[in-house]
Write a protein that binds this ligand. Structure first.
Ligand code: TXA
Ligand code: MG
Length: 341
């Protein structure tokens, strides 16, 4: 356990400090366009193992490796591209061209430079190129591919600000770079390229519709990740991404208003996540957190909202379900997991 976590800003000298820490095998949290990540040298097994310890993360949950286009042959030695069919290589090239840098993580055959601990013992590796200046500068200045899961305690809500990171990990990591609130707010889409067809393992910042528009066919996930018994990869457990308060998803605003009246009538402190439109029609509901007008705004604010309501000591959080289209799929995925406790 460390005594102090260094607070860094976006200045080039701060990025240099963070890069030096990473080169020395230390743990540095940094912003990406999705959520904050907890980074370490992906090719150093000891450094990567430190991530699992700091997060209290289960060792069978693999990490995402972050790369930048500034690295010559960014995937060299990280992924084993020779193990892919020419069709799979075509999809990979198109996905990289269309969505990198961006919130799309690609699961590929693991290359020899990636230690087993990063991949949780599997023969695959998850790679992504984040669309964030500070993240890319950190990778470039350190000259390292960075293993980085979301920078929260295992099972908790992912952080979208440096304050969220410190609330979970202060004293457990070496440094955090504060780059302000993240732009997208839900984690990357995890897409496996190792089967006959690409398969979405986790919906996220790149939508199913965007993948289809890019001409990427999608297969079905064979083992439902929501079923803990069948698919024990903890990142896909149904009880992930959870606030302390109980979360209840209601079919519409009328049901939410009834549930709120019922709970408060029984003396329980109950808050709500509300879109701006719902908020206008539910002026009496307190505490509340507003999710804005669009699915993109809701995604950007969702995780901060769960943390804010937790901080106001509610025992239950109510929310109306989102339509599972576009970013609504990732929003509903996270809400469903948060509600599954
Ligand atoms: O947006 C994001 O993806 C953020 C930022 C920091 O990049 N990272 C993130 O990492 O959300 P994490 O560790 O919290 O979630 C990674 C997910 C987990 O569900 C994990 O099981 C899956 O990716 N994953 C990682 N490597 C995998 C692999 N080789 N095969 C299948 N799934 C993998
Ligand atoms: Mg996570």
């Amino acid at each position: 356990m460390l005594a102090m976590t260094l607070r860094l800003g976006p200045a080039p000298s701060d990025i240099e400090t963070a890069a030096a820490l990473l080169r020395a095998g230390k743990l540095v949290a940094f912003p990406t366009e999705t959520v904050y990540g907890l980074g370490a040298n992906a090719c150093d097994a000891t450094a990567a193992a430190g991530i699992f310890a700091a997060k209290a993360r289960a060792l069978n949950d693999p990490l995402i490796v972050h790369v930048a286009s500034s690295m010559p042959d960014a995937l060299d030695g990280l992924a084993e591209l020779n193990a892919l069919s020419s069709q799979q290589r075509d999809w990979l090239a198109r996905l990289q061209r269309t969505f990198w840098p961006g919130p799309l993580t690609l699961v590929l055959p693991r290359g020899p430079r990636v230690p087993l601990v990063v991949s949780a013992g599997q023969d695959t590796v998850a790679l992504r190129m984040p669309d964030h200046d500070l993240a890319l500068a950190l990778i470039t200045r350190s000259g390292l591919a960075l293993a980085a899961p979301s920078a929260n305690l295992f099972g908790h809500v992912s952080p979208t600000t440096a304050a969220h990171v410190l609330a979970d990990l202060d004293g457990r990591i070496d440094a955090v770079i504060d780059g302000g609130p993240t732009r997208i707010g839900v984690e990357s889409t995890v897409l496996s390229l190792t089967g006959d067809l690409p398969v979405i393992l986790r919906p996220g910042g790149v939508t199913r519709e965007q993948l289809a528009q890019a001409g990427i066919p999608l297969g079905e996930l064979r083992h439902m990740p929501h079923d803990d018994a069948v698919q024990p990869a903890p990142g896909m457990l149904s009880t992930h991404y959870a606030p302390r308060a109980r979360l209840t998803i209601l079919p519409d605003l009328a049901a939410l208003l009834r549930a709120h009246a019922d709970r408060t009538g029984r003396g329980s402190r109950t808050g709500a996540l509300l879109t701006s439109r719902q908020a206008a029609a539910a002026a009496h509901i307190q505490p509340r957190f507003e999710l804005g007008h669009t699915p993109a705004e809701a995604a950007q604010r969702l995780l901060a909202g769960l943390r804010a309501l937790d901080d106001s000591n509610v025992t239950e959080i109510l929310v109306v379900r989102f339509e599972r289209v576009g970013l609504g799929e990732a929003i509903m995925d996270r809400l469903t997991r948060a509600a599954a406790r």
